[in-house]
Design a protein around this ligand. Structure first.
Ligand code: ADP
Length: 589
């Protein structure tokens, strides 16, 4: 699903021009050479014409006169043709590939500049498809771009030559070329359909394989490897039958075309030509030239039809990319952002009403006129039933979304008056599930402070109670994290995430507490680290486990997007039924 009318956006060459940067000269030079190449190729049948006609008239005179100049001219043409063809192909491919690279990088940059709502509107698979398959579809157009310049050039040169030799025979050839184009056009849709079915069936096989590899342990435990094999074999059989059908169609078409282009048409040209030679309306050399042109053009015409239809696929991909480029972040920086200096860290929600940009139709607002003042340096805990809107409050502090009504303020100024980059420099976040990219511990820590020294990192790790276990890792700071990296416990990951925040040293810390309890040792380590982290900073904790909120300066109870009570733990137990009930459910004293 898209917004901002982006789905109506169509691709236009004009909008693609900036991406030609660095490839423009290559591409245009290459394509120009394509014209030269086509001209050289179109002149070859003319050699036959002149040589044969000259031989027919006076063979001896030709051998002593025209033969050698023609040979030299032919050699000269070849010398032009070979490098011309090479640079035509290489330069136009390189130019086009640079264009594709620029396009992909720009697209990626564009996606990274979007606000959070974008990633909720588009599924990861869809973003992947745009960045990979659609760009790939454009890359595939490289061959088309060459054919589209070279093919028509060869066609035009050759037709002009044929018309110069003999208009009637040229018209007959053109009619036959049109017939070939029409036959190809008719055959294309079913051909495409079969190819698509083969591709779909092949996708089914690979996704089945991936799926069963993913649950290999489960299959082993139940000794049901045979089940997976049966499933994959079934999909493989489908693929085979699709391939067989496609092969039948494809070959029926190519062989029928071959019969026309290699037998029917040449023989027609030969018999008509022979009859005209007999009548004196044509010479043998002319006929030989027609035969040469026919061989060249029958292939070119088919190629062009394929190219145009292939290009339609690339244009469709370009359309989708254009729509993607037209997407705008809903959260924008102001024209003249205010400087963020000497931040105290006081946050205020003033009458904030908010509904997710892509919530299900009919779903009401998440926050309904929220008023909340958090003093600089205050340690605030948000509690409430699941779905009450606690995490949403954190998102709004980060300005991942803008409120529909009301304002969120930092030190008395609306968040929207600052640049998001400056704002985020003041904020640190620990998520329920600590996130790390595939890289070393040091690289992950430096996300908090680019260029941090080893000493700084160790200090941060120690402050987060993570120094101990990192020192025990054989690779220390160079330990690789991520999917294939070191296996750390949930508590260890969280402490690393906290160390990253110590490095970043933000004024405001947003902490989304994990829902599940950690082992008790981790728990006390983390509690300790958090106390240190929160000291002297404004902090907002979404507390899922109420045993952890007692140290908060203030607990705010949220229900259905509104504040129902606030105070200290003991007070709330007495005064707020909802809080008391939540505590009792969790067995908190
Ligand atoms: P809590 O943190 O209190 O459990 P949340 O702030 O996560 O609650 O969610 C509040 C409401 O907003 C819920 O009804 C949830 O379904 C909805 N919600 C949360 N995130 C999104 C989102 N990205 N898009 C649409 N609705 C959302």
């Amino acid at each position: 699903m898209t917004q901002n009318g982006a789905e109506r956006k169509k691709f236009s060459w004009g909008s693609m021009r900036p991406y030609l940067k660095g490839g423009r000269v290559c591409l245009y030079t290459g394509l120009f050479l394509g014209l030269v190449d086509a001209a050289a190729q179109a002149s070859v049948p003319m050699f036959f014409r002149y040589a044969l006609n000259a031989v027919q008239q006076d063979a001896a005179a030709f051998m002593h006169g025209g033969f050698w100049p023609m040979l030299w001219l032919g050699a000269a043409l070849m010398i032009v043709f070979l490098p011309g063809a090479y640079f035509f192909h290489v330069l136009s491919t390189v130019g086009f590939m640079r264009f594709c690279r620029n396009l992909q990088v720009a697209l990626y940059r564009h996606v990274l500049r979007m606000s959070v709502d974008f990633f909720q509107r588009y599924r990861v698979g869809e973003i992947n498809a745009r960045l990979n398959s659609d760009v790939e579809a454009v890359v595939n157009a490289a061959g088309f771009v060459m054919t589209i310049v070279w093919g028509p050039a060869l066609l035009i040169y050759s037709i002009v030559m044929m018309l110069m030799i003999n208009v009637q025979l040229a018209l007959i050839c053109i009619a036959m070329l049109l017939a070939i184009a029409a036959m190809t056009l008719v055959a294309l849709p079913p051909l495409r359909r079969w190819h698509r079915q083969v591709r779909d069936a092949s996708g089914e096989v690979s996704s089945a394989v991936t799926e069963y590899v993913g649950i290999f342990g489960l299959l082993k435990a139940y000794s049901r490897e045979d089940y997976a094999e049966m499933q994959v074999r079934g999909k493989s059989d489908d693929l085979l039958s699709q391939r067989e059908k496609a092969a039948k169609w494809q070959n029926a078409f190519t062989d029928a075309m071959q019969t026309v282009t290699r037998f029917v048409a040449p023989l027609a040209i030969l018999f008509i030509g022979a009859a005209w030679i007999y009548k004196g309306a044509l010479k043998a050399g002319d006929l030989a030239a027609f035969w040469g042109y026919w061989l060249q053009l029958s292939g070119v015409v088919q190629g062009l039809v394929f190219t145009f239809s292939g290009l339609m696929g690339s244009v469709a991909a370009m359309d989708r990319l254009a729509a993607f480029f037209a997407e705008q972040p809903l959260v924008k920086d102001p024209e003249n952002p205010k400087k963020l200096e000497n931040v105290l860290g006081a946050i205020e929600f003033r009458n904030v009403r908010f509904r997710y940009p892509v919530s299900d139709a009919g779903e009401g607002p998440v926050l309904t006129g929220l008023n909340l003042k958090i003093a600089a340096g205050e340690r605030l805990a948000l509690v409430g039933p699941s779905g009450a809107g606690k995490s949403t409050i954190l998102s709004l502090v980060l300005r991942f979304h803008d409120p529909d009504e009301g304002t969120v303020l930092l030190d008395g100024e609306p968040l929207s008056s600052y640049a998001q980059r400056d704002l985020h420099a003041q904020m640190g976040i620990v998520l329920q599930e600590s996130l790390f990219f595939a890289g070393t511990i040091a690289e992950n820590l430096r996300l908090g402070k680019p260029g941090a020294s080893d000493d700084e990192m160790w200090n941060a790790l120690d402050a987060a109670n993570a120094g101990g276990f990192v020192r025990e890792l054989p690779q220390g700071l160079a330990t690789i994290l991520g999917e294939r990296g070191a296996k750390l416990s949930g508590g260890q990951k969280q402490r690393l995430a906290i160390a990253r925040l110590f490095l970043k040293d933000p004024r405001i810390v947003l902490f989304d507490e994990p829902t599940s309890a950690l082992d008790s040792e981790s728990e006390s380590h983390i509690k300790d680290a958090i106390t240190r982290l929160f000291a002297g900073r404004t902090s907002i904790t979404v507390a899922h486990r109420l045993s952890t909120v007692r140290d908060a300066d203030r607990i705010v109870v949220i229900d259905r997007g509104a504040i129902v009570a606030e105070g200290k733990h003991e007070e709330l137990r007495m005064s707020c039924k909802l809080y008391d009930e939540l505590c009792r459910r969790q067995g908190v004293a």
